[in-house]
Design a protein around this ligand. Structure first.
Ligand SMILES: Nc1ncnc2c1ncn2[C@@H]1O[C@H](COP(=O)(O)OP(=O)(O)OP(=O)(O)O)[C@@H](O)[C@H]1O
Length: 317
């Protein structure tokens, strides 16, 4: 996977850029000294625990809130300086933020007219998000998933080069989640920029190429997905045998770390999968399972947050 410098070289420049971005609400530091480049041509996943500052960062980039210090730019300019913002950046922050009495169609038509966009775009994006059939219904009667789809339609309306989506998967059904994943991958492949927050790690793992993780408003990680998984994963093998205790002793003698697995076998680290098979063969132990395991993003993320928590505790002590 290319690093940030290669991507900048091939696409030009970062499309979302923050420098020393800081936002404080009274004594709460929502975002603290955050310097970030979100690059085109890939989906950047934006992760962090509840209250980490993801939504605040997005709001600052979109000019919906003023920073206490620092800057945020889209396509090299502050949001307020963009001539037709919807043509440059589309955003979904809160799918429920709709005029409930207005139909989905009129919601989009209003946005198109206010931004000087051709009205044909309304029908196009309605079809793209699968809302054509309910477009004349009042948005107040929409389900959460339908409201999210309408929000995504609004984000796509101006064919922007940058998409900022805060928890867009919320309320989407299985088909909707797959649809959104395909859409975002396509948009990134077209060379556009996607910044996506989600607490659904399995989905993030399938959708994002790059990860930014913040904690307490500060940048913790800015790396490609594979690099993150490698850095914060543990490789181990799940192994099961009828003679479980004898196998455990053989593996420990070979220098392995052996822990019980949830399904009655062992999780073995420190001895690779092939060697485990060979050791079992040499000791005439019949294996019922021998499975190499790679941590999921959820596992790797949990390990990172544990490490950060432990580091904080050590620092405090
Ligand atoms: N308008 C506001 N007034 C006061 N505090 C706020 C305001 N908006 C956000 N905060 C605080 O700033 C911090 C960051 O909140 P933010 O919503 O950006 O986090 P988040 O990472 O998006 O969280 P979540 O995953 O729960 O959506 C939190 O402590 C929150 O309480």
């Amino acid at each position: 996977m290319a690093d940030s410098a290669d991507v900048v070289a091939s696409y030009g420049r970062a499309m979302i850029r923050t420098r020393h971005l800081t936002k404080r609400y009274g004594s709460t530091s929502a975002v603290e000294d955050l310097s970030l480049d979100v690059l085109p041509g890939r989906v950047t996943g934006f992760l962090g625990p509840n209250g980490a500052g993801k939504s605040t960062t997005m709001r600052l980039v979109l000019g919906l809130d003023a920073p206490t210090a620092g800057t945020a730019e889209v396509n090299g300019r502050a949001y307020r300086d963009l001539a037709i913002p919807l043509r440059e950046v589309g955003a979904l922050l809160d799918g429920r933020a709709l005029h409930p009495g207005r139909s989905g169609y009129h919601h989009l038509l209003y946005l198109a007219q206010a931004n000087g966009l051709p009205r044909e775009r309304v029908a196009e994006v309605l079809a793209e998000v699968g809302l054509t059939d309910v477009a004349r219904r009042r948005a107040g009667t929409y389900s959460l998933g339908m409201a999210q789809r309408l929000g995504i339609a609004a984000a796509l309306l101006g064919e922007p080069s940058v998409l900022i989506l805060d928890e867009p998967v919320n309320g989407l059904d299985t088909d909707g989640i797959r649809w959104l994943r395909t859409l975002l991958r396509r948009v990134a492949a077209e060379g556009r920029t996607v910044l996506l927050s989600s607490h659904l790690m399995s989905e993030m793992e399938l959708t994002a190429d790059h990860l930014v993780v913040i904690g307490a408003g500060r940048l913790l990680v800015d790396t490609d997905m594979q690099g993150f998984l490698t850095a914060h994963s543990q490789a181990y093998t799940v192994v099961r045998a009828a003679e479980a205790e004898r196998l455990r002793d053989v593996l420990r003698d070979a220098g392995g770390t052996v822990r019980p697995d949830q399904r009655g076998g062992w999780q073995v680290a420190g001895v690779d999968t092939a060697t485990i098979g060979e050791l079992a063969g040499a000791h005439r132990i019949v294996l019922h399972e021998l499975t190499p395991h790679r941590d999921s993003l959820e596992d790797a993320y949990a390990r990172l947050t544990d490490d950060v928590g432990a580091h904080r505790t050590r620092t405090a002590a």
